[in-house]
Each structure stands twice: as structure tokens, then as C-alpha cells.
Write a protein that binds this ligand. Structure first.
Ligand SMILES: C[S@@+](CC[C@H](N)C(=O)[O-])C[C@H]1O[C@@H](n2cnc3c(N)ncnc32)[C@H](O)[C@@H]1O
Length: 250
């Protein structure tokens, strides 16, 4: 630390200067980008697909809607959204160019490229006008953002009145015994898989540690309300391993 009043934050279990976090997160996702999709399937035994489909079921995409998928990475959410609503369009915004580049290739292969834009940008300072989207999603992204409350304020700003926010994120299991078992699995198995499959233990160590730092379901629902959203509700997925939070700009 260089100054006594420098703000700090967590990067996994490390405490670092707030100003350094985005670079460190960018480093992690640049490193994992080429293996990101395959690692997601292996680490979660494919369950992340079920969670993302559950997100779409609750969101119920409609023709004519314009989606902003922030921290959208390789496009899993935007692509699902467009498949369900052939008359919708989407923008994927992410800090990491190489994640977006992988997603662009997928979208071209799926013939969705015309309805999709890919924009490099930070969730805390979105490069979009006020009230310019009908739906805002962020999936497994917000726990990586240095100041999640600022990202929620930006979500509120770019949504039009009547627009919808939906967040998919790892969460906390209400049952302490189950949480302990899950911690054992994730803290021991996932970094080892990261090393074996992606040749990168440290990035996956960060990913599992960052899950532990993220607020529980009720606390996060409160943060969404504090950003101005109404009708805030959440649903646990797989007993609370992940959760979906929904809110409306009323
Ligand atoms: C775990 S991936 C999630 C990708 C995708 N949404 C999914 O569900 O598979 C997290 C993504 O968040 C992005 N990210 C992290 N911090 C960000 C920020 N401040 N603004 C925008 N994107 C960010 C990373 O670059 C990475 O692509």
C-alpha cells in the first residue's frame, strides 16, 4: 500500500488495493478464456447449463426486447436469450477482450451474429446511454466487480422504466453441513482441475475463493433494493450453490 487512505478490497482471499482489482480480474479471465467453456462444463458437471436455462425460464425473453448482458464473457446468456426470442437483440459487454472474441466465434457459428454486439467495457461505468435496454443480465460476473453496488447503480441507469434486472451468481447454502461439504469440494478439487485441464491453478483458486467472499442471498437482495429496484425476489438453485435474483426498474 502506498497511502494510508488507500481503499482496499478482496481478490479471492488476498487483500489488495481497490485500484488493482480490475487488472487482476482481467488477468484471470485473459488466462482462462480459451478453456473457459470446457472448464465450466467440467467443474459443474454441466449444471451451469441448467442454471442458465432456469434464468431464461424466469426471464421469459420476448421478441422486440433489447438485452444488455454484462460480464457476458463468451456469450452463454445472450445466445440463450436470442435463441428463445428470434425477434430480440443483445449486447454483450465485458472487461476482457479474449472472452468476447471466443463468444463472437460461437455466435457466428450459431448464425446469431447479426443480432449481437460485443463491447469492451466495465460494469461500473457502462458505455451506454440512460434507459437504453429492456433487460439487464449479469451471470457469474458481479462477484468479480470491484464495487458491486456501483454496478447495480449502472444497471438501474441503463434500464428503461419497466426494465428488468436478473443476476445469476454463486451463493450460500443455508445448511451449514452442506456448505462445509461444498467448500471441501470446491476448495480442493476445482484448483486441481484448473491445473490439469487449463494448466492454471491460481486462476481457479481465485474463482473459488471469490465465491466465499460474495454476500448471501438476503444481503444481496438488499443491495439490489438499495440501487432502486423494486419487486426484488430470489430463487435458490441446487440448494443455494447458486441463486437467481430478479428486480424491476419501476
Ligand atoms: C465467470 S465469467 C462469466 C461469463 C458468463 N457471463 C457466464 O455466465 O458464463 C466472468 C466475466 O466477468 C468479466 N468481468 C469481471 N469484472 C468485470 C467488470 N468490472 N466489468 C465487466 N466485466 C467484468 C470477466 O472478464 C469475465 O468474462
Amino acid at each position: 500500500m502506498t497511502g494510508t487512505d488507500q481503499k482496499t478490497t478482496h481478490f479471492g482471499n488476498e487483500t489488495i488495493a481497490e485500484a488493482d482489482k480490475a487488472d487482476r480480474v482481467h488477468g484471470v479471465f485473459t488466462s482462462v478464456a480459451s478453456k473457459y467453456d470446457v472448464m465450466n462444463d467440467v467443474m459443474s458437471a454441466g449444471i451451469h447449463r441448467v442454471w442458465k436455462d432456469a434464468m431464461m425460464d424466469w426471464l421469459a425473453p420476448r421478441d422486440g426486447q433489447r438485452l444488455l448482458d454484462v460480464a457476458g464473457g463468451t456469450g452463454d446468456i445472450a445466445i440463450r436469450f436470442l435463441r428463445r426470442a428470434p425477434g430480440a437483440s443483445a449486447v454483450v459487454c465485458d472487461l476482457t477482450e479474449s472472452m468476447l472474441a471466443s463468444g463472437q466465434k460461437r455466435a457466428e457459428a450459431e448464425k446469431l451474429a447479426e443480432r449481437l454486439d460485443w463491447v469492451v467495457g466495465d460494469a461500473m461505468a457502462l458505455p451506454f446511454e440512460d434507459a437504453s435496454f429492456d433487460v439487464y443480465t449479469i451471470s457469474f460476473g458481479i462477484r468479480n466487480v470491484t464495487r458491486p453496488q456501483d454496478a447495480l447503480a449502472e444497471a438501474y441507469r441503463v434500464l428503461r422504466p419497466g426494465g428488468r434486472l436478473m443476476v445469476l451468481e454463486f451463493s450460500q447454502l443455508p445448511n451449514p453441513g452442506m456448505q462445509k461439504l461444498y467448500d471441501l469440494y470446491s476448495l480442493n478439487v476445482i484448483p486441481t482441475m484448473g491445473k490439469l485441464i487449463a494448466g492454471d491453478r491460481d486462476s481457479y483458486q481465485y474463482l473459488v475463493e471469490s465465491i466465499r467472499q460474495f454476500p448471501d442471498q438476503e444481503t444481496f437482495a438488499g443491495m439490489i433494493r438499495d440501487a432502486g429496484f423494486g419487486q426484488v425476489k430470489y430463487r435458490n438453485l441446487s440448494l443455494g450453490v447458486a441463486a437467481l435474483h430478479s428486480g424491476w426498474k419501476l
